[in-house]
Design a protein around this ligand. Structure first.
Ligand SMILES: [Zn+2]
Length: 742
């Protein structure tokens, strides 16, 4: 259902302060599932129905049909925060009225008058949410956060009113059980199934006291999620380390420039600000020669949400886990993970764990080698230290330079943001047949002059495919990381709808006329997020609900797209030096490829530590659980090396505690990695390699366009002729393939 998709979509935004491993950010596209998943992302408190008369008379601009080209685009240039809350109130009321009409239809329930009618409902709310998303992610402010605090419970209340609408569920169940289903198209049958599951998996089958308790829990959880996320944000904003010039040893000039600008922005001109965010912490720990400062920055970053003050998240974690466990218990599940994975590609916690454990051992073995290499460098330098967690990135960089002779700054000179964008357009043209053309300035409204808009067409037929926004630069109020947002998803059941989608990142804007140079990782992330956008743009589903992703599958398409950064046509034409225009030398590419598995022990281990911990949290009995002790003991049992910490420590693990999308689902990145590696080998095995027309056509047909209209496991089999195997992933990471000799 449209409205629910969009509700979840916004809540994904709200809950995604933290970032994914490759996707520093996450997709904000329509989340999977149906009705009820909205409820589990949300809370319920009595809504204040306070649309006062005067306001009700004035038309609210945020409710208006989108005007302009491409079937209408959001009026991002004129939006006013004061309109947001009343717009949401009115749109929710309208949506509930539509739902009531469906629920109370005197005609016998049919696919058309129930399921399709639900897909149709909520179009106004669907138009308001993109504004909400922009304020939440791209233009946040204390004023917005205040509105958000007020509307979140109302949204939850709204979601619950739908998911707990008994008459509605009765009709859905009647359609689900009726012989009519047999006569429907396969995608329609799937729509019925997903709609029914959306209710059943989220409490619709409950009655009496259990039903009430379920609603209470959902309400409380949503509050806790919000609080958790806000606490992390408070600790990110609340700690800034100001340095003077003498403390910049080892740091690249680009970092110093950005730090100087950040300090100036905060009224500390002449100083250098190290922010308590990943994008500041990571380069600082990689380059700073000041070991005591590295330790300080490391401790501050990994203590977010864990400072024993009013922003401490530990007690929240315990309460969240208990409530989740109780809630799925009402539905008859043993634990939250079992409930969560049932409709994911992995299906069971055991299968997810099996994958993680298979990789974990190889990963720990690699860490041991990496630490030994780093210790050797430190000893050679006469540093007289033992490698600690705040030394890992620093000495890894030295090992990288010594062993792989790869200077990140040299690589950067071939990675210009504008050229990378052109490279992505080239790839989209070759694989998807898409053409990107900038729209004339002023034809599509934007919320900031840095945002650029492109029209996407089919390059053969010239047909309109969608509209793509790019918001590339960091600024105050924009959340960190990179992400993609779908403002309007594809659907065709009521006529073709044009996709409206965006990519967002946080590059530091250069001086006018100067190219923006980015790191290799950032270039990969750019391609990654573009993969999400292409996934939205290529959708051919008929119904909005079928755009929903399956969480351990939606990262696959984006991760796969990263592979094209290293393909020959991209290297030749787009990875060119910003001064000489020369393509990146073959030796440098070879070094990058060789270095690709460098530090893989660190990367895989810090990620898996978080993913395993996530699964542990959601399979144990949470009664009396102390997160601090639980984290320590679990990591000790897993033999996590002392030199590494979880990528997201529990009190800052927003993926799993500031929402539910990734709860018991953080493993999904690796699940998607298995598919990515395996699918990439389908290309390398083909005659045309990464630009093989036949494999590309199958890729689009089976793995991109159907979104969730086909069971992803089945879709993958159609693409590959078999299930995905772990072997390609192990090869990609430079780990031994199980069963290949010893
Ligand atoms: Zn992603």
């Amino acid at each position: 259902m449209r409205k629910i998709l969009h509700v979840v979509f916004v809540l994904v935004v709200l809950g995604s302060l933290a970032m994914g491993i490759a996707c520093t950010g996450n997709q904000v596209g329509p989340e999977p599932m149906t009705a009820a998943s909205a409820a589990d992302e949300m809370m319920t408190t009595p809504a204040t129905e306070s649309t006062d008369m005067a306001e009700a008379m004035e038309p609210n601009p945020l409710l208006a049909e989108w005007a302009g080209p491409y079937g209408g685009v959001p009026a991002f240039d004129t939006m006013d925060l004061a309109d947001l809350e009343p717009a949401l109130d009115a749109a929710m009321a309208e949506n509930l009225a539509e739902i009531d009409e469906i629920a109370n239809n005197p005609a016998p329930p049919t696919f058309e008058n129930t399921i399709v009618a639900m897909e149709r409902a909520g179009s106004t709310l669907g138009r308001v949410f993109p504004y909400f998303a922009i304020w939440s992610s791209n233009l946040s402010s204390p004023e917005f956060r205040e509105v958000q605090r007020k509307v979140t419970p109302k949204l939850a209340e709204f979601g619950t009113k739908i998911t707990q609408n008994e008459k509605l569920f009765e009709r859905v169940a009647a359609v689900y059980e009726s012989p009519e289903v047999e006569s429907l198209r396969p995608d329609e049958q799937r729509l019925v199934q997903l709609t029914y599951d959306g209710f059943a998996r989220n409490g619709a089958t409950l009655e009496g006291a259990a039903k009430e308790r379920y609603a209470e829990i959902s309400q409380r959880l949503a509050q806790l999620y919000n609080q958790f996320g806000n606490n992390v944000l408070a600790d990110e904003e609340g700690y800034v380390l100001y340095l003077d010039e003498s403390q910049l040893g080892g740091l690249p000039e680009s970092f110093a420039k950005a730090a100087a600008a950040a300090a100036e922005e905060r009224g500390q001109a002449g100083k250098y600000a190290v922010l308590n965010t990943r994008s500041s912490m990571d380069p600082f720990l990689t380059y700073s020669d000041e070991r005591d400062l590295r330790e300080k920055v490391w401790r501050t970053y990994y203590s977010r949400g864990d400072n024993g003050d009013e922003h401490d998240n530990n007690a929240l974690i315990t309460e969240i886990l208990k409530l989740r466990d109780e809630r799925v218990g009402l539905l008859g599940y043993d634990n939250f993970a079992q409930w969560r994975l049932e409709d994911r590609m992995a299906k069971t916690p055991e299968r997810a764990l099996e994958l993680m454990e298979a990789v974990w051992k190889a990963s720990l073995a690699r860490v041991e080698e990496e630490v030994a290499d780093m210790q050797a460098v430190a000893d050679e330098e006469g540093a007289g230290i033992t490698i600690e967690p705040w030394d890992y990135r620093y000495y890894a960089e030295k090992v990288r330079q010594a062993k792989y002779d790869l200077d990140s700054d040299e690589v950067k000179q071939y990675l210009q943001l504008d050229k990378l964008r052109e490279a992505m357009f080239y790839v989209a043209g070759e694989l998807f047949g898409f053409q990107f053309t900038p729209v004339p300035e002023g034809t599509v409204p934007v919320y900031h002059p840095d945002v650029k808009v492109y029209e996407v067409t089919d390059r053969d037929s010239g047909d309109l495919v969608g509209v793509w926004y790019l918001d590339p630069f960091a600024r105050m109020g924009k959340r960190s990381g990179a992400w993609a947002s779908t403002y309007r998803g594809h659907e065709s059941f009521d006529g073709d709808v044009t996709v409206v989608v965006s990519n967002n990142s946080n590059f530091i804007k250069g001086a006018p006329g100067e190219p923006v140079l980015v790191s290799w990782d950032d270039a990969e992330t750019l391609f990654h997020e573009f993969g999400h956008a292409l996934h939205s743009l290529s959708s051919n589903v008929a119904y909005p609900t079928l755009n929903g992703g399956v969480r351990d599958y939606t990262e696959f398409q984006s991760q796969l797209l990263e592979r094209w950064l290293r393909t020959e046509p991209v290297i030749e034409s787009y990875l060119v030096h910003y001064e000489t225009g020369e393509p990146i030398p073959a030796e440098l590419v070879a070094k990058i490829e060789k270095a690709a598995t460098f530090n893989e022990g660190f990367r895989t281990t810090e990620y898996l530590a978080s993913a395993l911990m996530d699964m542990e949290y959601h399979t144990v009995d949470p009664e009396g659980l102390d997160p601090d002790a639980f984290e320590r003991e679990t990591l000790a049992r897993l033999h996590l090396p002392n030199e590494i910490v979880m990528r997201h420590r529990s009190p800052q693990f927003g993926h799993i505690f500031s929402g539910e999308g990734y709860a018991a689902g953080y493993y999904g990145y690796m699940w998607a990695d298995v598919l990515t590696s395996d699918a990439a080998e389908a290309f390398t095995e083909a005659p045309g390699g990464f630009y093989d027309k036949e494999v590309a056509a199958r890729l689009v047909k089976y793995l991109f366009a159907p979104r969730n209209a086909v069971d992803p496991a089945e879709a993958y089999r159609q693409f590959r002729g078999r299930d995905a195997k772990i072997d390609a992933l192990m090869r990609d990471r430079g780990f031994p393939v199980p069963g290949d000799g010893d």
